[in-house]
Design a protein around this ligand. Structure first.
Ligand code: HEM
Length: 467
């Protein structure tokens, strides 16, 4: 699909809202082989129109039962009410991430997950934001200044947002000084890892048991080792006292005790959780920002509204945490972006025991899929589901359906960094969209593609003009 910059707003009648791109939806389900082929390229493209409309449905895919939960009630049932039975991540997720994250909270379950969650959740809790937010404001201000100094010509905004959020998460995890120096190295090691793991582990989808040996490339192991080495070095610098006094997530975790004991976590656990935080908090926020900047480039009315809000409230300043309540439209753009392009478009679980979702019996081992991509565009839950309408998230607008809007998941496994992620995206969007006009490089094709996260393709070339 070819996207041209949007025409300037006309006076009247009110323009129809902007509808950003999404893959064509087949009228009916695709044959299995065609579906698997398409799924490997971009699984967002496999869903027929009816997949968005239906509540709970399923099929047997080769050797595995698959159930899609696509209604607020069924999401509440699997993620909240029956969390214990549906807490385990799917084999695909675990096989892709265990070489990197080890026993990190993101891929663990049961007592170990509970133990880690009780250490990690408090350090990323909303109450810690005041301590962590200055690193966000500082990095956003630096990026704005760098953009002002750029020579004319297109800039890859997707890569830019990747670097910015990596800077921020590194400074939050390792402290401002150390994080600043380490970001480049950590990002390079991560990019290498991502390049080596496939989008999906089809062997697991086909129902092979967990113990079955899988081909795991040496490159995957080597790139995981490289990340471990970088992160181990950073943790040693903090814990052995070479970096003192800086607020960081590592320091906060080192001061916390393993629940029920008076000892802190061991160093391998620190490393695994630091990598979880980097992985979970980096590309998610980068994609949110890239999508928001893209949609604003196509919807000049919203872009002008956002810029007017930012300039009115902040002038030349970059937002701090205290400014956020005064930036409701900027925040609404972030929330609407998370609805249309949820960075984690698929949440997948394995049923630990037999169950029943609505009137559908579920066998042990069934793969449960909850897709914010489907749910956030479900007709009936949303007015004009495919349109970009930030106003639906303004204070005073009707609240989005509970368990129908889940960019951060829901229930006991909800994202621990949701407040940090929202604050970060809002501060950065204000700093950039408030001070620059962005225009998509003509001829660029933009289409959402699901990798581990939902991205606007591989690059997003745009031209920036200071306001
Ligand atoms: C816009 C930004 C973000 C989005 C959309 C997002 C979304 C999510 C989602 C959907 C999950 C659940 C995944 C699943 O159940 O399969 C998750 C988990 C998690 N997120 Fe985020 N996240 C964001 C930012 C962050 C940040 C900034 C941090 C930390 C600094 C973070 C830390 C975590 C952790 C630790 C988990 C695992 C929780 C658990 O399994 O108990 N996230 N995130």
């Amino acid at each position: 699909m070819l996207i041209e910059p949007a025409a300037p707003p006309t006076a009247s009648p009110p323009a129809a809202p902007y509808v950003p791109p999404f893959p064509p939806r087949p009228d009916k389900g695709l044959p299995l082989l065609q579906m698997l082929k398409l799924a490997r390229e971009n699984w967002l493209a496999i869903w027929a129109k009816s997949s968005f409309e239906r509540d709970v449905y399923g099929s047997r895919l080769l050797m595995r039962d698959v159930v899609v939960c696509n209604s607020p009630d069924s999401v509440h049932y699997v993620f909240v009410e029956r969390h214990e039975n549906f807490q385990r991540k799917s084999p695909q997720h675990r096989h892709a991430l265990i070489p990197l994250l080890g026993d990190g909270l993101f891929v663990s379950d049961g007592p170990l997950w509970r133990e880690r969650r009780r250490v990690v959740a408090p350090v990323t809790h909303v109450s810690r934001l005041a301590e962590l937010a200055p690193a966000i404001t500082e990095a956003a201000a630096e990026r704005r200044d760098q953009w002002r100094a750029l020579p004319p010509g297109p800039v890859d905004v997707l890569a830019e947002m990747g670097h910015l959020t990596a800077e921020i998460i590194c400074r939050t995890i390792f402290g401002r000084a150390l994080g600043r120096d380490a970001a480049g190295e950590v990002v390079a090691a991560f990019a290498e890892y991502q390049a080596h793991i496939g989008q999906t582990d089809l062997l697991s989808l086909f129902g092979l048991p967990d113990w079955f040996p899988r081909f795991r490339g040496r490159q995957v192991r080597d790139s995981a080792r490289r990340i471990h080495k970088v992160v181990d070095g950073l943790i040693a610098d903090i814990l052995d006292g070479r970096q003192q006094g800086e607020a960081s997530l590592i320091r906060a975790m080192s001061e916390a005790k393993v629940p029920g004991t008076d000892r802190p976590m061991d160093r391998r656990a620190f490393r695994n959780e630091a990598i979880v935080l980097f992985m979970a908090g980096h590309e998610t926020t980068a994609n949110t920002l890239a999508w928001a900047l893209f949609m604003l480039s196509q919807d000049s009315t919203s872009a002008e509204r956002l810029a007017a809000e930012v300039r009115g409230v902040l002038g030349e300043r970059v937002a701090t945490l205290a400014d956020l309540p005064n930036l409701p439209f900027t925040r609404a753009v972030v929330e609407e972006t998370l609805r249309l392009y949820p960075p984690v478009p698929l949440l997948s679980r394995e049923a630990l025991g037999p169950d029943r979702i609505g009137d559908r019996p579920v066998r042990k081992g069934t793969l449960i899929l909850v897709s914010p991509w489907l749910l956030h565009r479900k007709p009936g839950l949303w007015d004009q589901p495919d349109a970009f309408i930030p106003d639906r998230f303004l204070p005073g607008a009707p609240k989005p359906p509970r368990h129908g809007y889940i960019p951060f998941s829901t229930g006991p496994r909800i994202c621990t960094g949701q407040h940090l992620g929202l604050a970060e995206a809002t501060i950065c969007l204000a700093a950039l969209a408030g001070h620059f006009r962005l225009a998509l490089e003509p001829g660029t094709q933009v289409m959402p593609v699901a990798r581990l996260t939902l991205r606007p393709g591989d690059t997003l070339p745009m031209r920036l003009t200071p306001r």
